[in-house]
Design a protein around this ligand. Structure first.
Ligand code: NAP
Length: 268
């Protein structure tokens, strides 16, 4: 495939993230956008929705039909949790490498998709956060948890987000849990007069999800120890912040033969 642009289909190309992906693909000569997948806009030129002028690239509403007709190298998916799981499985079946930013995959779904990749010897990338700063936030939090094991995670997103906690917060929680001895934080007799006041329990520490219009994607990891606190915070201020990570994953997935979960596993 050397010298030829990497051909890319985008599922959810009409969505907030999908539109940014389309703009990123159009700006990179090494990538060629060939088809958008949308459940409603069959046959419409993607350019009429993204950017306003025709691109000569259509929306197709069946993923299988789009993959058969356009035979892209890579499928980028930013849709909904249920759809993304189906799309990822279909792409693997058709030998098209998935790069998935949609969040909300369960551990069982990830394990099953990884198995399908192994069987087909095909690469895939699923990353709950494609922003480099968010990946660093997770890594720094895991380092801090070893020395300051009392921690809470607050994640903040726009109010149209479907899943809670965010995929990034869950991944951060996993990395923190792997770095500290498990124990239950807070007072042994603490109680909630309003259910949920203390957030969700993840292996003894708490996760809190804030949903408000105006927010994009933000996370703060708070550590407390005797006489001191540490805050590690990341803010995605626009959806462009995710695009260098998506671009990197599209190029990296061609050389993978397994499913990689998390952008940090594609970085040195
Ligand atoms: P959004 O604006 O609601 O876009 C989702 C798009 O998916 C919509 O255009 C929707 O079209 C489309 N869609 C839904 N079902 C479909 C189907 N069966 N076939 C084709 N298209 C379908 O949402 P968003 O803000 O872009 O977020 C999308 C996902 O990305 C979410 O899971 C979010 O958490 C995640 N995200 C990930 C990252 C990351 O770095 N990994 C960053 C930000 C967001 P209709 O409205 O026509 O159904």
């Amino acid at each position: 495939m050397s010298g030829q642009p990497i051909t890319v289909a985008v599922a959810g190309a009409k969505g907030k993230m999908g539109q940014e992906v389309v703009k990123m693909l159009l700006a990179d000569e090494a990538l060629r956008f060939v088809v958008g997948i949308d459940s409603k806009l069959n046959g419409v030129d993607v350019g009429e929705v993204v950017g306003g002028k025709p691109l000569g690239v259509p929306f197709v509403n069946s993923l299988a039909e789009a993959l058969q007709t356009y035979q892209p190298d890579v499928l980028v998916d930013f849709t909904t949790p249920h759809t993304a799981y189906q799309h990822t499985a279909t792409a693997i079946e058709y030998g098209v490498r998935p790069v998935v930013g949609t969040t909300g995959f369960s551990p069982a779904q990830l394990a099953e998709l990884a198995q399908r990749c192994r069987e087909r010897q095909i690469g895939a990338v699923i990353a709950p956060n494609f922003a480099i700063g968010a990946v660093l936030c997770m890594k720094f939090a895991a380092i801090a948890a070893k020395y300051m094991p009392h921690v809470e995670i607050i994640e903040l997103h726009h109010d149209q987000k479907l899943d809670a906690p965010s995929g990034t917060a869950l991944k951060t929680a996993e990395m923190i849990a792997a770095a500290r001895q498990p124990f239950k934080q807070g007072h042994a007799q603490e109680s909630e007069s309003i259910q949920g006041a203390r957030g969700a329990d993840y292996q003894g520490f708490r996760l809190h999800s804030v949903r408000l219009p105006g927010l994009v994607a933000h996370q703060e990891v708070l550590f407390g120890a005797t006489g001191q606190t540490l805050s590690i915070r990341h803010d995605s201020l626009s959806r462009e912040s995710f695009m260098p990570g998506v671009n990197l994953a599209i190029k990296a997935v061609l050389n993978l033969e397994t499913l990689v979960y998390g952008l940090e596993n594609l970085l040195d």
